[in-house]
Design a protein. Structure first.
Length: 335
């Protein structure tokens, strides 16, 4: 089948901030054959190419002059081997979590209600409530836009880290994830390391459905629904600092929270706490604002442009740098 490539497509429905920018070219990708045709088309016109899932971690600040590959391939397959699933990149992550619950496959219930596609999940090694994708990851299949070949990448190849992977760096950016293979557990073992989740389940029998429901309830009470008000979840990563830096900051801010990391010399501190100290909740710049209940979440309050959001984010990170000497990094992909 010949791939249909649309021109001048409004990206408003394709990003959870709901900002209005246009893609010069746009292709709905359903299989590897579509990717081959898209690659040829982009090559013949010397276009830049970008990959888009559900746009829940993407902020457009300009019209995109190249070709957008909108990942829409589908399918969830049980592989031989207990608990092994291969899932197409265009599937919804939350639908996958529900599929696993229904099929008595355990582990990812803590990752319920994270918006976006399965194919985007490895890009920033999605995580929440004490669990990260990499714990279940086996391998992925990717289409290499440079060579036109399909590659298989192991966990080691992907170089997962906190909200990071090879795909966020060159040469990974030229890889389009086609499917992800996960190893789920056949026996339920609750992961209750996150204090808020353990508290929500206290005194109850803990089941995977119970965790799923509790995670959905906590997230819905804390995070704004992008369908109601445009946002991309946490805008900044939690910074990782040295223990020496923590000790020096605690001389002025004894209540500064911190969590251990795998590296005994480094700790993670909550970006939301730092921003709270600077009174960012609820503040607005242009059409963009900081959510009233969550200083990490920037929202499209009043017809914001991507530029409004970025300027607000820059003001926020400057204030944190000035007061704490910590440079915040964005979690959201800015295009
Ligand atoms: C309300 C809300 C809550 C959120 N909570 C969390 C959370 O708890 N934890 C968390 O980790 N994230 C969270 N996020 C961020 C977001 O849900 C995840 O980053 C998600 O994986 C993005 O999926 P997507 O399909 O929307 O990706 P997009 O925004 O479309 O793309 C994100 C990046 O992935 C790349 N990409 C997408 N698909 C592919 C592919 N098939 N191949 C190669 N590259 C690809 C894009 O090029 C881009 O660089 C939240 C977002 C929102 C709006």
């Amino acid at each position: 089948m010949t791939l249909e490539i649309q021109e001048q497509v409004d990206l408003t429905p394709y990003n959870s901030f709901g900002v209005s920018q246009t893609a010069a070219y746009f292709a709905d990708i359903q299989d590897p054959g579509d990717l081959r045709q898209a690659r040829e088309f982009a090559g013949s016109k010397r276009l830049s190419v970008m990959v888009l899932g559900q746009g829940s971690n993407t902020l457009f600040i300009k019209d995109y002059p190249g070709l957008v590959l909108y990942m829409n391939n589908r399918g969830t397959e049980k592989l031989p081997g207990a608990g092994l699933l291969r899932v197409a990149a265009g599937e919804s992550w939350h639908d996958l979590v529900k599929f696993c619950l229904k099929n008595s496959l355990y582990g990812i219930e803590n990752l319920a209600l994270i918006p976006g596609t399965v194919g985007a999940a490895p890009i920033q090694n999605i995580g929440a409530y004490g669990v990260e994708l990499e714990q279940f990851f086996v391998e992925l299949e990717a289409f290499d836009l440079k060579t036109g070949e399909i590659r298989h990448m192991s966990k080691a190849d992907c170089q997962f880290a906190y909200r990071d992977s090879i795909f966020k760096q060159d040469p990974g950016q030229k890889l389009v994830v086609l499917s992800v293979t996960l190893q789920l557990a056949l026996e339920f073992a609750p992961q209750l390391g996150y204090a808020g989740l353990a508290a929500a389940l206290a005194g109850r029998e803990v089941t995977s459905k119970g965790i799923f429901d509790a995670v959905c309830a906590i997230r819905s009470s804390k995070l704004p629904d992008p369908k109601q008000i445009g946002n991309a979840g946490s805008f900044f990563k939690n910074p990782v600092i040295s223990r020496a830096k923590l000790a020096s900051l605690r001389e002025s801010y004894p209540e500064l929270p911190a969590w251990d990391t795998e590296d005994p010399e480094l700790v993670k501190v909550p970006a939301a706490w730092l921003l709270d100290q600077k009174g960012w909740k609820g503040r607005q710049r242009g059409g963009a604002a900081v959510h009233e209940n969550h200083a990490l979440v920037l929202v499209n309050r009043d017809n914001a442009s991507g530029e409004d959001v970025v300027l607000l984010a820059q003001d926020m990170s400057s204030s944190v740098l000035q007061s704490f000497g910590i440079a915040l990094q964005t979690e959201v992909w800015i295009v």
